[in-house]
Design a protein around this ligand. Structure first.
Ligand code: ADP
Ligand code: MG
Length: 231
């Protein structure tokens, strides 16, 4: 279970407060207007932004001040943060060893992750020699291999076309199911939230609210969210 206990994040004038829990294995969308603090929320959970108050816990363990790399999570961003000078297999290997000290068993796991994400045979290529959809798969393969209990997604596939995006989201959901991963996904597309996430955290007016059933929330949104979602 992820617990945000009076978590307060300040960036200049901006302030966001979160008081909520996410059950282990749950899938949660994060929805709110641009600039509402969705990326800030994920950045704080991932450890890139230090909160000014409150606590973050994974199960019983407080991770508020744990360095990003030591937190029980992976994060996928919109730009897939692949290293252009490394091969696809090496980019994925970074998920196991940041210094790329990889054993034979590690290489076997990388091959399996390539296979699982539909990239079999492409391990030797550089990212530039892949399509956008394939690059997204590489980033996902790296996260899959890390097999962390929590996966944070910050609109990772929004640069892809709608068909590819929904294909990638299905793959994420499948892999999360297989690994029992707790998923927290920022999306500006209500349909993605409905398709993938039974519950949604609305972010507005400086608050990340506790998760609510996605369909009910989107069918009858509160005013601040209604303006954003449109008719
Ligand atoms: P969202 O992801 O919901 O679009 P963000 O989390 O990126 O929103 O931004 C939330 C707020 O924090 C915005 O009002 C933005 O202007 C502000 N902000 C983001 N980064 C910084 C920063 N480095 N310094 C000051 N303010 C920032
Ligand atoms: Mg954002």
């Amino acid at each position: 279970m992820l617990t945000l206990d009076n978590l307060t994040i300040s960036q200049g004038e901006f302030r966001l407060v979160a008081n909520l829990t996410l059950a282990t294995g749950s899938r949660t969308a994060v929805i709110g207007p641009s600039g509402a603090g969705k990326s800030t929320l994920l950045g704080a959970i991932a450890g890139f932004i230090a909160p000014s108050a409150g606590r973050i816990l994974w199960n019983e363990t407080e991770i508020t001040r744990t360095p990003p790399g030591a937190r029980p999570l992976s994060i996928l961003f919109q730009d897939q943060n692949l290293f252009p000078h490394l091969s696809v297999a090496q980019n994925i290997g970074l998920g196991i060893s940041p210094a790329l000290r990889l054993s034979r068993a590690d290489h076997t796991r990388i091959e399996a992750a390539l296979e699982r994400t539909g990239l079999a045979g492409l391990g030797a290529r550089k990212p530039a020699a892949l399509s956008g959809g394939q690059q997204s798969r590489v980033a996902l393969a790296r996260a899959l291999l890390r097999a962390k209990p929590l996966l944070l997604l910050d609109e990772p596939f929004s640069a892809l076309g709608p068909a590819l995006k929904s294909e990638m989201l299905s793959l994420v959901a499948e892999i999360a199911q297989e690994q029992g991963t707790t998923l927290l996904m920022v999306s500006h597309d209500p349909d993605d939230a409905r398709a993938l996430c039974p519950q949604t955290v609305p972010v507005e007016n400086g608050t990340a609210h506790p998760p609510q059933p996605t369909d009910a929330l989107l069918d009858n949104p509160p005013p601040a969210l209604r303006a954003y979602l449109g008719p």
